[in-house]
Ligand binder design. Structure first.
Ligand code: MRU
Length: 367
């Protein structure tokens, strides 16, 4: 999608040096646009952990390139044993988004067939590039399927703007291009359908205010940033036609882990009979899990993210301010689980299905 009028992805191989992977430093947005070089698997691990890159599909692809970087920098001896250790190390960078483990495991299965280190390096790069393209295609397909839902509501409203509420950043910044929740939004906008997006600010890291609002501005999509707690009020007053969110891990039964606060939006949508859609590629589905609340690991992050806020100060510099007194403890759960019963449907790259095991398995019978 667009950054200052030019098409961009979130991750790519350096055009002049295939030993360097480049990413956008998402910690700096929307105030600065900076590109960071990843040269080693430690760089890839750190970028995922400190959220230079974030969002489930992007974390997965960064992990896959991390495997490639470890191979090109590795020693000849014991390279296969070291690779197994690196895979576990990279997978431990963040716990909730299953894409990281799924893509690394897929990569490791593929590399197991390669007899030499040189062939393994080449294969790793090829695979990571293939996974990148696949995520882009999946996001675009999600966009096409989801656009039909928005178009149907637009017709019911005789072309009046369709109001869509989204939480966190499930945009192209969280993926490689298009996004998951935002893909239908971009497709509808490009088709000329009148839309307006309510952007939850998404405390504590404010990915909605900082990233989703920036993305939508760059594309010219009408939107309004709201405090996280405003959604229920807007829904009660007929100001939301549908919700679309992303997912970090969806169970085979349709329970959805996504950024903390998603569950409360789903409850409000349910109470107000507003459709609540989750847009996700199959790389976010954990086919081995059935009970999201019991089984999905929920990341707990540093309390500093809650007790301090970062932004542009009045003097134009980026700075932090403390908003909680120094004695009070804080808790920082990164994600919550929305039970399948509150999800109207899942929008996947293969089509739209109900959030239940039967319908999910019908779409993905090979799993
Ligand atoms: O902590 P983050 O910023 O990685 O959380 C991101 C989200 O929760 C997204 O909604 C999710 O990854 C879906 S991304 C297409």
């Amino acid at each position: 999608m667009q950054v200052n009028g030019k098409n961009h992805h979130t991750i790519w191989v350096h055009p002049d040096n295939k030993h360097i992977i480049q990413v956008i430093d998402q910690r700096k947005l929307p105030f600065e646009f900076q590109i960071v070089d990843l040269k080693t698997s430690v760089d890839a691990f750190e970028a995922i952990k400190n959220m230079t890159v974030r969002g489930a599909p992007l974390i997965g692809v960064t992990g896959a390139y991390g495997i490639y970087l470890s191979l090109i920098n590795g020693e000849n001896e014991n390279w296969r044993a070291n690779l197994l250790k690196t895979a576990d190390y990279l997978k431990s960078a963040r716990p909730t988004a299953v894409n990281l483990a799924i893509l690394i495991d897929e990569m490791m299965d593929k590399l197991a067939e390669c007899p030499t280190l040189e062939m393994t390096c080449n294969m790793a790069l090829e695979e990571a590039n293939r996974m990148t393209l696949r995520e882009i295609n999946w996001s675009e397909a999600i966009g096409d399927f989801g656009c039909e839902l928005i178009e149907a509501i637009s017709k019911e409203k005789n072309g009046q703007p369709v109001n869509i509420l989204t939480h966190c950043n499930a945009g192209w910044l969280a993926c490689i291009d298009w996004g998951t929740a935002t893909a239908p939004i971009y497709k509808a906008f490009l088709k000329g359908i009148q839309i307006h997006v309510w952007v939850d600010e998404t405390r504590p890291r404010n990915q909605g205010a900082r990233l989703t609002a920036w993305e939508l501005s760059q594309e010219g999509v009408p939107h309004t940033v709201i405090p996280d707690n405003a959604g229920g009020h807007l829904m009660q007053h007929g100001m939301v036609d549908l919700c679309i969110v992303g997912s970090d891990r969806t169970t085979s039964t349709g329970d959805v882990a996504n950024k903390i606060g998603t569950y409360l939006k789903a409850l409000a949508a349910f109470d107000n009979k507003i459709p609540f859609y989750v847009a996700l590629p199959s790389s976010s589905i954990d086919f081995g899990m059935k009970d999201g609340i019991l089984e999905i690991p929920i990341e707990q992050r540093e309390g500093e993210e809650v007790s301090w806020m970062e932004g542009k100060l009045e003097n134009g510099k980026i700075g932090k301010i403390r908003i909680v007194n120094e004695m009070s403890p804080v808790a920082n759960y990164g994600f919550d689980v929305t039970p399948a019963k509150y999800v109207t449907a899942l929008i996947t790259e293969r089509g739209i299905c109900k959030a239940n095991e039967n319908d999910i398995m019908n779409l993905f019978p090979e799993k």
